[in-house]
Every structure is written in C-alpha cells, then in structure tokens.
Write a protein that binds this ligand. Sequence first.
Ligand code: SAM
Length: 326
Amino acid sequence: MALDRFGRRIHYLRIGLTDHCNLRCIYCMPENVTFRPGDDLMQEDEIITLVQLLVSLGFDKIRLTGGEPTLRANIVELVRAIAATPGIGSLSMTTNGIRLGKLAQPLAQAGLQRVNVSLDTLSPPRYRRLTRCGSLAQAWQGILAAEAAGLTPLKINAVVVRGFNQEDVVDLARLSLEHPWQVRFIEMMPFAGATMLQVGQAVKVGEILAALEAALGPLELLNGGKLDGEAQVYHIPGAAGEIGFISSVTAPFCAACSRTRLTADGKLRLCLLRDKEVDLLSPLRAGASREELRQLILAGIWQKPWGHGLAEGEFAVNRAMNEIGG
Ligand code: SAM
C-alpha cells in the first residue's frame, strides 16, 4: 500500500499518455508550445510495466489524460492492455472529445469505463478563441458518441476565464437540465507558460455559483456537501444532471488527496501544483528491477507534499498543464 507521511493512502493514478494536443487552450499551454520528441515519452511496454507496478502497490483507479490522450498512437490497444491489468477497479479518460466521434465505441469495447470531456463554451467562435483552433461541432459530436458508447456517467469540464467564457456558465449549467451529465466548473490554476492570464483572469467558484443562482434560482447542494472526487455537487431542482464546482485555488481539497500522476515522460509527479517529481523512466530504461522501482515509488509517495502553495504565491514552474495532465 502506498502511504504518504501525512497518512493519506495514495491509490489514484493519472497517466499523461502524451504531451501533444490537437487544441491549444489558452489556459493550458503557450501558443508557441514545443512538444517532446517521441523517444522522450514512455513507450507502450513501459507504460504497462509501470501500471502493473503501481497496481501492485494498491493503485486501483486510473485516469488517462495528456496532452490529448486520444492522439496517442495505438490508443485502443493501449487501453485494452491497461484494462486487462488485474486490480484496476476504475479506468477513465479526460479528453477534449474531438476524436471521440471515431474512438468512443472502440475505446468502450477495449475496457474504458467513463470519460470527462472538456468543453468551456457552447459558442463556436468563443470555443475557437479559447482553444485557439478547435471546432465545437466536433467536440459536441464526441460527447454524444461517448454517451452512446456508454462511457458514462459523463462529466463535462469547463475552466472559466474572465474575458473569454464567463458569460457561458449559465448555458453550460443548463445542459444539466436535460442531460444526465455532471457539468463541472473548474477554477483556473497557474502553471508555467501562461501564468499572467491564469492569475489575472481566473474566476472564483463563489462568483460562478452566484451567477448561476441569479439566473437559475437557488441550486440544491447534493451528497450533504461531501465532495464527489474533487467537486462540490449541486443540482437545479428537477434537473436530469448535476453541477459540480472544483475550487482548487480558493478551497483546496488536499487533505483528501489520494492521487499521484505519471507524466508522459515517465516522472511520478507527486502534487499537481508542485514541481517535485520522481523519475521512473530513466531507471526503468537503465534496467532497474521491479523491486527497485517499487521502492522508488514508495519513497517518492512518502514525500508527497501536503498541498499547493498558491496562497503564498508559490507556483509550479517546470511544466505547463499539457505536460502534467490535470
Ligand atoms: N486534452 C484533454 C482535455 O482537454 O481534457 C486532457 C488534458 S487537459 C490538460 C485536462 C484538464 O485540465 C482539462 O479539463 C482542462 O480544462 C484542465 N486544465 C488545463 N489547464 C488548466 C488550468 N490552468 N487550470 C485548471 N484546469 C486546467
């Protein structure tokens, strides 16, 4: 079992399958981003080896992310191999949905259980401005394909950016009236690469909730206020779906953190918002034994930072979000 020195059991792994993306979201990466060469990224057999090791240490929940995970070559076969690892209870993916029109069905058949799809606006021009290049129609088609393939319950992730999409929050929340989806509003977090915008144009969850209640009436808090993952969940009375709020900046949920991340270049990132990482890929390539790798993982997780230091003005600087995976 992987424990940190604060007594948290760490059993949720997020794997960045690639840092490459087919969008260039303004809050995620700089416009002139340079992606890593393929040789720097974990190869399929390396991903499977590290997954097996982490599962042997009690990791039972896996989320595939990126960059854009659906861009990973052989993604369906990779999902099939990960899903076949005994001990994994939950296998999901965070994606922008652009390629789900084609891939949702094969991914579901390969063993993927659920997807979270990022969608920040329902306005095609604003989608293009936020993503710097994307097509809202394709993302929407992907969402519908995911639902049809049974990759449910479906969650929609919206990062809210002042001057770009804060006027969209009510329309996004209204999606939950008809659809059994959880529409989640995420506070923008600062990372290397786009920090000025991330700090200056972030919209706090309290402001989003107030805007929704002004337009839609009082929202009902669900689960007695207990978090669903990282989201505080509400609904519009009578709605088919839910509305979630992820207040990573203003009300962090570090005490309940059970996560670690594996970056596409094979580093165990101990906290999303701290630079501390443990290199697993270099020792794996240098011939380290499974036991040596297991010890590296356990020692790293023991040193997992308590939480982020945003309130003290401390930002993670070594990677942009596309290199970490959210
Ligand atoms: N490409 C996939 C996608 O768009 O969902 C997966 C990778 S993306 C980095 C994962 C999640 O991180 C997305 O929901 C995205 O909106 C979120 N994200 C990216 N940059 C962020 C930031 N600065 N603050 C908060 N969330 C961010």
